[in-house]
Ligand binder design. Structure first.
Ligand code: SF4
Length: 593
């Protein structure tokens, strides 16, 4: 099979059983790979209403068609499942080299269900797939786990997914780590592995990927790299990486500060890309990426790849922390413990505001670096205040109050772009399939950020495009990659034409499938909401001072969005829309029995 390995590994941890099955070719033609193919598999694997932490939930790792080839920036490896954090279905992806290793081992994906009796890890080395004992690894952080697993497998280059103590304790904001400093974040993926007693997955392959027209493929790699990738517009990824957004969002007045009270941060120069550069010791790239956006930083007290923009914003300015080394130390602890820095930072910021307002004393206030640095370990060990903070912003607001400034949507804490200064980001967060997420539509560079119609159009179009981008598994930082380029890669790789229009239709199909799943899981129009603070409290400081995204404007924008999508006023896809996308049957059938 060109581009695809043609096989999927299926693991039942309850039975200790491993099987290998054919990849569904009929689904490839409709969902291509990655996020889309993963959603399609998930539909058949689970009941949307199940408890995400039950053995019946499935973890689906699904490669894109270009993984393992020399097509640049195609090394993302997605995980698809039902989230213990938001209760929705989700896709989360990570870079590095693990996607290529799985393809070289001979597989397009891995489906894991069940629960092992005691801690285990999964070892995949070409045809040799085993469930192995991991009792000696349980309790260890991600850095030590990766090192020891490399020794156990006698292969320091083996690529690994693993969890730290946060995942073992089923903490909803736990993530999966890979290559030390990369994460499958946001959705509680670490808790999913913990719930299955699965400490790690180690993958190594020595095979290759078959490409239909090798010369045509390589010529196109050279051409598109020169003309579309290595251009002035994409250079920021190499020179600065994501920290460049600190300056940009501050100037725009959309930088989250002190639990989203303000839109600019006075101390931004102490956490911006110049600050990162001052402690940078090298760059790190994912496989087949000439941009190398990763900043590897080191001081006497810390060593980490990062901090990325989201960490600088949510765990920096949003907690009132104006010191790059402190944020880097926080980042390193979260990476080792297996905690998502966006949700952890947001939760600490919320606790700081509750403390400052005298609602509940969490013993930490904005800018208090000592307490700030202690909290990740307290969360991961469920110790002291960490026991409650581990449950996230919604839980704490329900228990102690502060709902009017609880910054979460569908129980997922907000990323680093203030919606009162860009209405499209509010809509993007509210309608993302997994709660507040900035990776489905990204409108911060729009010229009309307060135009309700334009923002609704941009969000719907962005979600469709990104659905296909995450299904082809391209990195987000190739901003100018488009469906024409994807179509060309597929032509040379598959030896078959899939037009740009077909890919765009696939993107819309994938988005609608995720909507039907979430409706069947019990989500409704009422869940497509934004936090009260955004609607009622004027933003302080910066170019958008005084702005709100009123309830009335938000409702108008949401209804325009539903109309553009072909959904009814409650956000339910209409039969004619689903029919046009070829998925009408999904609205009435839960899944194949
Ligand atoms: S731009 Fe950065 S994240 Fe994207 S593939 Fe390259 S190194 Fe990885």
């Amino acid at each position: 099979m060109n581009l695809y390995a043609g096989k999927i590994v299926r693991v039942d941890l309850t039975e200790g059983k491993i099987t290998v099955e054919e990849t569904r070719r009929d689904w490839i033609s409709e969902y291509i790979g990655g996020m889309g193919l993963g959603f399609r598999y998930l539909w058949d694997e689970i009941d949307p209403k199940i408890d995400p932490l039950s053995p019946a939930n499935a973890m689906i790792f699904m490669n894109g068609p270009l993984a393992g080839t020399l097509a640049p920036l195609t090394s993302r490896m997605p995980l698809i499942s039902k989230s213990p954090k938001s209760g929705t279905l989700f896709e989360s992806n990570v870079g590095g080299a693990i996607a290529a290793e799985l393809k070289y081992a001979g597989y397009d994906g891995i489906i894991i269900k069940g629960k092992a009796e005691k801690p285990v890890y999964l070892s995949i080395r070409n045809k040799n797939i085993e469930i192995k004992d991991a009792e000696n690894l349980w309790g260890k952080g991600i850095f030590a786990t990766e090192k020891e697993l490399g020794e156990l497998e006698k292969d320091p280059e083996i690529k690994i997914f693993s969890i730290g103590p946060a995942g073992e304790r089923l903490i909803p904001m736990a993530c999966i780590g890979s290559e030390a400093y990369r994460q499958l974040g946001r959705d509680g993926s670490g808790a999913l592995m913990g719930s299955k007693n699965l400490k790690a997955i180690a993958i190594r392959g020595t095979g290759s990927v078959h490409v239909a027209d090798l010369k045509g493929f390589l010529d196109y790699v050279r051409k598109v790299s020169a003309e579309n990738l290595m251009t002035k517009d994409n250079l920021w990824a190499h020179t600065d990486g994501t920290p460049i957004l600190v300056e940009i969002t501050n100037e725009m007045g959309i930088h989250p500060t002190r639990n989203f009270q303000e839109g600019t941060f006075d101390g931004w120069r102490k956490i911006n890309s110049d600050s990162v550069r001052s402690i940078k010791k090298g760059a790190r790239a994912c496989r087949s990426c000439p941009l190398a956006c990763g900043n590897y930083v080191r001081t006497e007290r810390t060593m980490v790849e990062g901090p990325e923009y989201e960490t600088l914003a949510l765990a920096g300015s949003n907690c009132g922390i104006a010191d790059i080394e402190t944020v880097a130390r926080f980042n390193e602890r979260c990476d080792d413990l297996g905690l998502d820095t966006i949700s952890t930072g947001n939760t600490i910021a919320f606790a700081m505001e509750l403390t400052e307002k005298g609602i509940h004393d969490f013993g930490a206030t904005f800018g208090d670096t000592d307490n700030y640095l202690k909290i990740p370990d307290e969360i991961a060990s469920l110790r002291a205040r960490g026991k409650e903070l581990a449950q996230g912003v919604r839980y704490i607001a329900e228990k102690y109050g502060g709902k009017e400034f609880a910054m979460e949507i569908k129980n997922l804490e907000l990323p680093g772009y203030e919606p009162r200064g860009n209405y499209g980001m509010g809509l993007a967060y509210a309608t993302s399939e997994r709660g507040a997420c900035h990776l489905r539509a990204f409108t911060i560079f729009s010229q009309t950020p307060f135009d309700l119609e334009a923002m609704a159009q941009e969000v719907a179009a962005g979600q469709n495009t990104n659905s296909i981008k995450w299904s082809m598994c391209f990195c987000d930082f190739w901003g100018s990659v488009n469906t024409q380029i994807m179509s060309q890669f597929l032509k040379y790789g598959l030896g078959k034409e899939i037009t740009s229009e077909e890919l765009e239709r696939m993107g819309e199909r994938i988005w609608n499938l995720s909507r039907i799943f979430n409706l069947k899981a019990g989500f409704t129009r009422a869940d497509d909401e934004i936090p009260i603070r955004l609607k009622r409290e004027p933003l302080k400081k910066g170019t958008n001072e005084g702005k709100v995204l009123s309830a009335e404007d938000f409702e108008k924008m949401l209804q325009i969005y539903y109309r553009i999508r072909g959904w009814d006023a409650n956000g339910v896809p209409k039969a004619e829309k689903l029919g046009a996308l070829g998925i009408a049957a999904f609205a009435s059938t839960r899944r194949r029995e």
